[in-house]
Design a protein around this ligand. Structure first.
Ligand code: KG4
Ligand code: ZN
Length: 333
C-alpha cells in the first residue's frame, strides 16, 4: 500500500510517501525556523501562512522523490491533532482535497502516535508492549503501548512541555530559537553540576512531569546574576539540561519498573538530545531493557511517521470522512 503522509501541526511543513507503511520512498520537511527565530518561538498566524505557501510544493517534491504521482496513492494520512489549529487545518484541507479528487482513502492521525511510529521506520522495531516517552516542543507524556493502536497514558506534563522549557531557557540565555539544539551545543562547554535546580516531585505521587519550576529557577538565577559570561551561560545550560534529563529518565524508569515493561521508545523533538539519549540508554542498559530511539531526523517533526501510523490504521480498515476536521487538543489516550 502506497501512502502519502502530510504533517503541518506546528512549524514544519512535511510530506512523505511510504511503501507498506515502513519503507520511506520520499520525505520532505520544510522548516519554518527562519520565520519564527526573530520571535524566539512559534507565531501561530505566521506558521499557518507559511504552511499555505509551501504545502503544495512540499507534497509535489515528496511524490517526485518517490517517483510517484497522486494516482499511485492507495491512501492519504494527515495529522489531525494535537497542534496549532490554523496549522493543522492547512494539512487537513490539503489531504481532504487530494482524497476527494483522487478517490483515495483518507485517515486522520494523532501526531503523538506518529512520533511513536518513528520507532518503526528503522531496522529493528519494538515488540509490544512498550513504554513510549514522547518529548517534544508541544508535548511531554509517557504512554504504555499495549498492542498496535492501543495506548494508555501513564503520565504527562502538568505545565510546560520539555521542549518548550528548552526553548524558553534558551531565550532567557540569549541563545536563539529553536532552543533545544542551541542549549545542547553550549551545554557541552559547561558544568552540569554548577547549578542546583529543582526537580519537580508530584505531591500526589503521580508519574507526571512539571517543567515550570525549573524554568522559573533559571529565570531568577539569570536575573540575579545580571550580565552572564559565556562560561556562566554554558554552566546554566548544562545544569538545566542535566536536570531535565534526570526528571525524564527517572519517571520513565519508575514506570517501567512498576508496570513490568522492559522496552522503551524515546521519541519527539527533544529525543534528538544526546544527553537524554545517553542517560536513558545507560539506565535501560543496566537493567537489560531494550531502548528504541529513532535517528534524529525522525525524532523531530516529519511526515514519514504520520504515513507509517496512517498506513496501519488504513490497513486495519479505518477511514476518515471528508468532514474530517482538525482537533487541536486531540488526545492519544
Ligand atoms: O517534535 P518537534 O519537532 O515538534 C513538536 O511536535 O513540538 O519538537 C520540537 C522541540 C523544540 O522545542 C526543540 O527545541 C526541541 O524539540 N529540540 C531539542 C533538540 N532538538 C530539538 N531539545 C533538546 N535537545 C535537542 N537537541
Ligand atoms: Zn512533534
Amino acid at each position: 500500500m502506497i501512502v502519502l503522509g502530510i504533517e503541518t501541526s506546528c512549524d514544519e511543513t512535511a510530506a512523505a510517501v511510504l511503501d507498506g507503511g515502513r519503507k520511506v520512498l520520499g520525505s520532505v520537511v520544510a522548516s519554518q525556523d527562519d520565520v519564527h527565530a526573530p520571535y524566539g518561538g512559534v507565531v501561530p498566524e505566521l506558521a499557518s501562512r507559511r504552511h499555505l505557501e509551501v504545502i503544495v510544493p512540499v507534497i509535489r517534491q515528496a511524490l517526485a522523490e518517490a517517483g510517484m504521482t497522486l494516482r499511485d496513492l492507495d491512501g492519504i494520512a494527515v495529522t489531525q491533532g494535537p497542534g496549532l489549529v490554523g496549522s493543522l487545518l492547512v494539512g487537513v484541507q490539503a489531504a481532504k482535497a487530494l482524497a476527494w479528487v483522487h478517490g483515495a482513502p483518507l485517515c486522520g492521525v494523532n501526531h503523538l502516535e506518529g512520533h511513536i511510529y518513528a520507532a518503526f521506520l528503522e531496522g529493528n522495531p519494538p515488540d509490544y508492549p512498550f513504554l513510549a516517552l514522547v518529548v517534544s516542543g508541544g508535548h511531554t507524556a509517557l504512554y504504555l503501548a499495549r498492542e498496535p493502536r492501543g495506548y494508555a497514558r501513564i503520565g504527562r506534563t502538568r505545565d510546560d512541555a520539555a521542549g518548550e522549557a528548552f526553548d524558553k531557557v534558551a531565550k532567557l540565555l540569549g541563545l536563539g530559537y529553536p532552543g533545544g539544539p542551541a542549549i545542547e551545543r553550549i551545554a557541552r562547554e559547561g558544568n552540569p553540576a554548577a547549578l542546583r535546580l529543582p526537580t519537580a516531585q508530584m505531591t500526589d505521587g503521580a508519574p507526571d512531569f512539571s517543567f515550570s519550576g525549573i524554568k522559573t529557577a533559571v529565570s531568577l538565577h539569570v536575573r540575579r546574576a545580571g550580565a552572564l559570561s559565556p562560561a556562566h551561560v554554558a554552566d546554566v545550560a548544562a545544569s538545566f539540561q542535566a536536570t531535565v534529563v534526570k526528571m525524564l529518565v527517572r519517571k520513565t524508569v519508575r514506570a517501567g519498573l512498576s508496570l513490568g515493561v522492559r522496552r522503551v521508545v524515546l521519541t519527539g523533538g527533544v529525543a534528538a538530545n544526546t544527553a537524554l539519549r545517553e542517560a536513558l540508554a545507560g539506565e535501560c542498559g543496566e537493567r537489560g531493557w531494550e531502548l528504541f530511539v529513532p535517528s534524529r531526523r525522525l525524532c523531530t517533526d516529519n511526515a514519514a511517521m504520520i504515513a507509517a501510523a496512517g498506513h496501519d490504521r488504513l490497513e486495519a480498515g479505518e477511514r476518515a470522512p471528508l468532514t474530517l476536521n482538525a482537533v487541536p487538543d486531540l488526545a492519544l489516550a
